[in-house]
Design a protein around this ligand. Structure first.
Ligand SMILES: C[S@@+](CC[C@H](N)C(=O)[O-])C[C@H]1O[C@@H](n2cnc3c(N)ncnc32)[C@H](O)[C@@H]1O
Length: 392
């Protein structure tokens, strides 16, 4: 495909503006003009090319117009191209508050991302996920780090855990969120509860879990970083009577658990990709009781609210395919500018947090995680953690 020159791009944008105007005055019946269609047929690169002035693409220019947006998306315009202000067409449709267009972009983006994810899974690493090189612009440097577990971490005061690049692994401002997550995964239950947390970090959620569980319940923690594990040991986590600490990557430790074992699970690791998270999700039906609750730290695409929405949609669809019922509970969270002091960059940019509540409805697990059914004693015994007496 011939890459259009800037002059051609600007000419195309002019044709587009005229076509949009004509479509507007026809009440949406005109659609893309013959001149516009002819130009795009002659040089298909014009469909996705941004102008150099403000980085605006034809799809962004068309953010108020259904007929042009549909046509451009069908012709391959990328939904996620952003202008210099960091906004994609979906952000602009959201700003204009035009629901049918927001839905069009969201549906198209979700479908595209699910296909992309499957493509990557099939071995076509077209984006070099996990292999992205350090960018000179910190905002674009990858947050997935293959060697994170081999590098140093440091607890900075009581309110930050930093990696060796001073990227924040965990921060104190997340405390109220961790409290809400812990409440959801420690739901009341007729059985002794067995709750799993993957990723100890600053131990914030584990402290809340301890407060919510009784000595009849079991609390399992998986942690892979030697520095974090050393802190857990020093702070006495390995000696608590109802706590089982598994040191290792969840990828290596999970196979020890099975047979509808947990009543609640929380997942919050660091430096891993969305493909790792999908792999974790695939394990859930094997280890979560029917009616059990799964939740995760929802830091998906945290710097663009439209991308965030699309990512939440993708996870919801993937978890639904594993027989989960998925809801996102909105809650306010305000992070003060000063909280980021000492960290290399922010990893959260919104005032609202969408807390995932995922209830397992499938048959893969046993009954009773939700507390609505009384379990037979035999069943309970079957679910006693195999390694309860062998703490790591
Ligand atoms: C964001 S912190 C968790 C914070 C925790 N939710 C809290 O309340 O303090 C992520 C943790 O996951 C750990 N981690 C990263 N990759 C892991 C893996 N593959 N398996 C287990 N733990 C992992 C990190 O070492 C880190 O301690």
């Amino acid at each position: 495909m011939l890459l259009p020159t800037q002059a051609e791009v600007l000419e195309f944008h002019k044709l587009l503006a005229t076509s949009l105007e004509a479509n507007l005055s026809s009440g949406g019946s005109a659609g893309p003009s013959p001149d516009l269609l002819a130009a795009a047929t002659k040089n298909p690169g014009l469909i996705y090319q941004a102008n150099e002035i403000d980085g605006v693409t034809p799809l962004i220019v068309s953010a108020k117009d259904m007929e042009h947006s549909k046509w451009l998306l069908e012709e391959g315009a990328p939904w996620n191209a952003v202008d210099r202000a960091g906004k994609c067409a979906g952000n602009h449709s959201t700003d204009h508050n035009i629901q049918p267009l927001i839905d069009l972009h969201c549906t198209h983006a979700t479908r595209s991302e699910l296909i992309l994810s499957q493509t990557l899974r099939n071995g076509f690493n077209i984006l070099n996920v996990n292999e992205a090189k350090e960018s000179t612009d910190i905002d674009y440097a990858p947050c997935t780090k293959k060697d994170y577990l081999q590098r140093d971490i440091k607890y900075s005061g009581t309110d930050q855990l930093l990696d060796s690049d001073n990227d924040a692994v965990m921060m104190e401002w997340e405390r109220p969120l961790m409290s809400l997550h812990s409440e959801i995964i420690c739901q009341p239950c007729t059985l002794p509860r067995v709750v799993l947390n993957v990723g100890f970090g600053m131990g914030i959620i584990d402290t809340f879990i301890q407060e919510r569980l009784t000595d009849k319940d079991t609390h399992v923690i998986i942690e892979a970083h030697p520095g974090v594990y050393a802190k857990m040991k020093a702070d006495g986590w390995c000696d608590k009577p109802n706590v089982i600490v598994k040191f290792g990557k969840w990828q290596d430790v999970m196979e020890e658990f099975g047979g509808a074992y947990f009543t609640g699970i929380f997942f919050d690791t660091y430096a891993e990709s969305h493909l790792d998270m999908e792999d974790f999700h695939a394990e859930l039906p094997r280890i979560l009781k029917r009616g059990g609750i799964y939740s995760f730290f929802n830091g998906l695409c945290p710097d663009n609210i439209f991308f965030h929405g699309v990512a939440c949609n993708c996870v919801k669809i993937q978890l639904e395919s594993l027989e989960f019922e998925v809801e996102f509970e909105g809650c306010e969270i305000k992070v003060k500018e000063g909280d980021w002091e000492g960290t290399r960059r922010k990893y959260w940019h919104f005032d609202q947090y969408f807390l995932p509540v995922c209830r397992y409805l499938g048959e893969g697990g046993g009954k009773g995680g939700g507390g609505e059914e009384k379990e037979e004693k035999e069943e309970e015994e079957k679910n006693v953690p195999p390694s309860k007496k062998q703490k790591t």
